[in-house]
Design a protein. Structure first.
Length: 319
């Protein structure tokens, strides 16, 4: 029996829900864990040497189920027939290890001091290296090698510092801090910058998190990624990056119809690959400790990148 079939069998811990090789069982597996059994196998082999010796494949599935469903611990622990304490223990042992594997798959950067402290706590500081050379794969000599965009995630309103009733913002007294405001969700949120290789579709850059209200897409781009571009290198971007004609190509910057179609395909694939919100831990309002958000985002990014490598979330474009 292959390891992929074993993941079918142990997908709810002690419950056996194996239903053969029918397409419906694969859809059910993805609906419950967010990835296919093949990606589960790749993820297990990727993390196996870093895992605690007591971690078993079922514990990885528990974490994937938490990431995908974002249900409460009483519900999830009942599904796998363990106590809440046991589920919480193994879930938060697996997540940091999966998150740490991002250094093998994508380039990433942390900016906030609080997130850097958390990264150190989870022994992730060695991962803070800028490695995005994968953008050269399949290079055809084009000016643009990557497409870049920001993605926003809802969070709970951060608490006002103890002892204060109001936030003073530009001379106004407010009951919340505007720096967290996300116009897409009409509420507090954090933003990440994601760059995708135009030729291969691989995720080659992650930067964040940033408070949405204080850090627009253009400001995040100028903060770090603009300094990583080669001479005469540009990126494909949307209209929010206007005003940088030597670094970003806008949707309207095309020479002929074929060039317009290629740019449209590149932007469409950027939106498709940017499906981190298929995991409800990011798609729904995030209610856990904010300092763990970057770790959870990177764990989801690892799953998405492995799916891309398996050809499950990608298609070729003629750019």
């Amino acid at each position: 029996m292959t390891l992929a079939n074993k993941f079918y069998i142990i997908r709810l811990g002690r419950q056996i829900l194996y239903s053969g090789r029918r397409d419906g069982s694969r859809r059910d597996f993805r609906a419950l864990f967010g990835v296919s059994p093949t990606v589960c196998v790749d993820l297990w082999y990727l993390c196996r040497d870093s895992f605690d010796k007591k971690i078993r494949p079922r514990h990885l599935l528990w974490s994937l189920m938490w990431m995908k469903t974002c249900a409460t611990e009483p519900i999830l622990s009942s599904l796998v027939r363990v106590t809440r304490k046991t589920f919480r223990k193994w879930n938060w042992k697996v997540l940091p290890t999966v998150s740490a594997q991002a250094k093998h798959l994508v380039s990433h950067s942390f900016t906030h001091a609080c997130f850097r402290i958390v990264a150190t706590y989870f022994v992730l500081l060695p991962c803070l290296q800028i490695k995005w050379s994968n953008r050269y794969q399949g290079d055809k000599g084009r000016t643009c090698l990557v497409s870049v965009d920001g993605t926003d995630f809802r969070i709970c309103e951060p608490a006002i510092p103890r002892g204060q009733r109001w936030i003073i913002w530009k001379g106004k007294r407010l009951p919340f801090h505007p720096k967290w405001y996300c116009h897409k969700h009409n509420g507090p949120g954090v933003r990440y910058e994601v760059a995708v290789c135009l030729q291969t579709g691989d995720i080659v850059w992650i930067n964040g998190p940033f408070p949405c209200g204080k850090w627009p897409d253009k400001k995040i781009f100028k903060h770090k990624l603009i300094h990583k571009l080669d001479n005469n290198e540009m990126t494909e971007a949307d209209s929010t990056y206007s005003g940088m004609p030597y670094e970003c190509r806008m949707p309207g910057d095309y020479l002929n119809e074929a060039n317009r179609v290629a740019k449209a395909d590149g932007h469409a694939r950027q939106e498709t690959i940017n499906r981190f919100k298929q995991f409800n831990c990011l798609g729904h309002r995030y209610w856990h400790d904010l300092k763990h958000h970057s770790m959870i985002f990177k764990a989801c990014a690892v799953c998405v990148q492995l799916s891309i490598e398996q050809g499950e979330m990608n298609w070729d474009i003629n750019y």
